[in-house]
Write a protein that binds this ligand. Sequence first.
Ligand code: SF4
Length: 193
Amino acid sequence: MTGAGRVAGSGRVGGRVGRVAGSVRGRRAGRTPLGSLSESIIAWLRLAPMSDLAPAVVVSACLLGVECNHRGRGNRSEAVAALAGKYRLIPVCPEVAGGLPTPRPAAERRSDGKVLTADGEDLTEHYERGAEQAVRLARASGAGMAVLKARSPSCGCHEIYDGSHRGVLVKGEGVAAEALRAAGVQVVSEEDL
Ligand code: SF4
């Protein structure tokens, strides 16, 4: 799952990623039990010689083509995949890491922070658990930058749907994006690349 390809990355954004990622290398991992995907990635990060590795960047797993979105599909972005030429991409799907199945009902984050499906099922706990996993991966890898899927209730970092399930976008961020930013990770959207 951890990408380390050899495709050339964007010069402008790549440089910004490198400066930020490099500034926070060496952060230590926490101790909370992890899901299998996160656990295997962190185990690899602990074994790898950090001084020999490219700067780490957390990415929404669906942007690398992992079929983990709520419809069971990926959202591959060639611009994001191209970062693998210069950076260690650390894929994470917070919703899956938080224990949700794939496919799963669409959910939206309301202004009070709760994440609900159109049927009113409250999935906030899963979203918060997944956000914790994303932060732990960022810390374990030393990532100072995250490139995330736009408008997701987990990964959106500029605007999200308002919780009405009527297709209304509002300024705001998803649960994982907010947690990563609060942890000191610079969060950008795939659309910023
Ligand atoms: S939670 Fe993030 S990584 Fe997972 S499918 Fe949604 S946008 Fe992609």
